[in-house]
Ligand binder design. Structure first.
Ligand SMILES: Nc1ncnc2c1ncn2[C@@H]1O[C@H](COP(=O)(O)OP(=O)(O)OP(=O)(O)O)[C@@H](O)[C@H]1O
Length: 313
């Protein structure tokens, strides 16, 4: 087992220094989770669900209030130095880079933090700069880089210690589609190398594409852990019918829960198989083509279970 979290609780008390103590916020509430070795595991949930808090505890930068967390059998509190050797952390955004240093100097600095011997550090830096397409600009100051390049330096930083577990917290926020596509390829490569990956994301398509299993977290608790497809099946609650867009009034048909029109496509959410069939019959009898019943996507399931909180919709 790569990650084993048991009854993990973390609460914060707002208000620092002269400010009055606020109410206690329970960010993680007896959360338990197991991630297999070599698995790509997604953590999904609305803002404030506790995902970052969990990543911080696993990275040993935050202590739990109660419960335990282990990385490859090592306790994150009692054996924090050992855990740090085994993990790499990639937090999204542009925090944590030294802008007045080059990418190579940034990487050499972090290699030194991992206490890598000089020759190994040099080899790893060269490999990562090459792997992440930074070799040509490796000796330019990071402040001259595009946002996408800065994100790639972040990725390199997370991999410099040759980690067995890589924690990604919102890694593709603000990435352009090409970079996001390259990122998916990188995840596949890291997985093929036998590394375990824990990734928090708001991007359901990304989670569906890269994750072996996902855990839905809400209010500091696990709602479900499943394969993306398994989750979709579990959500047998709704069936969707897809068709070419039409002006027909479908909202009034029995069993129709929602109608979404987007990009020339019509998506009708129904309350089950019978209603979906009636919608299909109705559409076909009105001359609409390309009608099909579709399996719910991970996004549909997320919306069913958690609602639209934290999805930017
Ligand atoms: N340093 C802190 N002090 C007080 N409260 C905090 C602190 N950090 C997080 N919290 C609170 O703990 C809860 C969980 O926050 P956390 O950042 O772990 O959630 P998240 O799922 O990562 O959300 P997001 O997707 O917005 O990053 C939230 O209610 C948040 O306001």
């Amino acid at each position: 087992m790569s990650v084993r979290v048991s009854g993990l609780t973390r609460s914060y008390r707002n208000g620092k220094g002269w400010r009055p103590k606020g109410a206690e916020v329970v960010a993680l509430d007896q959360l338990s989770l197991a991630v297999e070795q070599g698995e790509v595991h997604g953590l999904l949930g609305p803002n404030g669900a506790g995902k970052t808090t969990l990543c911080k505890i696993l990275s040993t930068i935050l202590l739990p209030t109660a419960g335990t967390a282990e990385v490859l059998g090592h306790d994150v509190v009692a054996e924090a130095p050992r855990v740090r050797e085994l993990i790499g952390i990639v937090f999204g955004g542009e925090r944590g880079l030294y802008w007045k240093l080059t990418a190579r100097q940034n990487l050499r600095y972090w290699a030194a933090m991992y206490k890598l011997p000089d020759q190994l550090a040099q080899r790893r830096c060269d490999e990562l700069l090459d792997r992440l397409g930074l070799a040509d600009r490796a000796d330019d100051l990071v402040e001259t880089y595009s946002r996408g390049m800065k994100q790639r330096v972040h990725l390199a930083r997370g991999l410099i210690g040759d980690p067995r577990l890589v924690l990604f917290d919102e890694p593709t926020t603000g990435m352009d589609p090409v970079s996001a596509h390259d990122f998916r390829d990188l995840i596949a490569e890291l997985r093929a190398e036998g590394r375990t990956i824990l990734i928090t994301t708001h991007d359901m398509a990304e989670a569906e594409a890269v994750c072996d299993r996902v855990t839905l977290v809400d209010k500091g608790k696990v709602v479900a852990t499943e394969t993306p497809r398994g989750l979709a099946k579990m959500s047998a609650l709704h069936r969707w019918v897809e068709a070419d867009d039409t002006d027909l009034d479908l909202g009034g048909l029995p069993g129709v829960v929602d109608v979404v029109q987007r990009d020339g496509l019509l998506r009708v959410k129904t309350d089950g198989d019978d209603s979906a069939r009636s919608v299909v019959d109705f559409l076909l009898s009105n001359g609409i083509r390309s009608v099909r019943v579709v399996q719910p996507t991970l996004e549909d399931v997320y919306l069913d279970v958690i609602g639209s909180r934290g999805m930017g919709v």
